[in-house]
Design a protein around this ligand. Structure first.
Ligand code: AMP
Length: 168
């Protein structure tokens, strides 16, 4: 079986000097590797909806939802969702941003799994957790393909079930 971890490509100095970008496109292009990580991201968890964080989170979260019989909910950059939203702002490893979710995206008591590709500083995931909670839904876990442990993103997600398939 393919070692999917070898299919994550390091791109130095992207999008800024000093950032080592983790490019998952070679992994996505490999059916075996893609299938395997989609299976593992939701493994052993029970949830009603899967949140994907724009944009690479969409690519991973949608098949996790489909495979598990759950719904998919996009968390998008500010200004992209058409109906009423909640918003949260945060700092990134490179820059800052505001993300939004539709105010009516969840049913009361929905169990939600949040999925993204990379846990870096944890700011994005922290903001996504806040958004889900503001709607009244419950975050059951936050699942990442990869964690950049030297940035200590986990520390920004206290009390949460934080899962990563690969730690670097
Ligand atoms: P953070 O809020 O710092 O945890 O950043 C997480 C978000 O930024 C995720 O949506 C990642 O896709 C992206 N990201 C941050 N750092 C990197 C990196 N070194 N390589 C690839 N994506 C990254």
């Amino acid at each position: 079986m393919t070692d999917w971890t070898a299919l994550i490509r390091d791109v130095p100095d992207y999008p800024k000097p000093g950032i080592l970008f983790k490019d998952i496109t070679p992994l996505l292009a490999d059916h075996g590797a893609f299938t395997r990580v989609v299976g593992e991201l939701g493994d052993g968890l029970e949830f009603d909806k899967v949140v994907g964080i724009e944009a690479r989170g969409f690519i991973l979260a949608a098949p996790v939802a489909y495979r598990s019989g759950a719904g998919f909910v996009p968390v998008r950059k500010k200004g992209k969702l058409p109906a009423d939203t909640f918003e949260a702002s945060y700092d990134l490893e490179y820059g800052s941003a505001t993300i939004e979710v539709h105010a009516d995206a969840f049913d009361p008591g929905d169990r939600v799994l949040i999925v993204d590709d990379v846990l870096a500083t944890g700011g994005t995931a922290r903001a996504a957790v806040e958004l889900v909670r503001r709607t009244g839904a419950e975050v059951v876990a936050v699942s990442f393909l990869m964690e950049l442990s030297f940035l200590s993103g986990r520390d920004r997600l206290p009390g949460l079930d934080v899962r990563t398939l690969l730690t670097v």
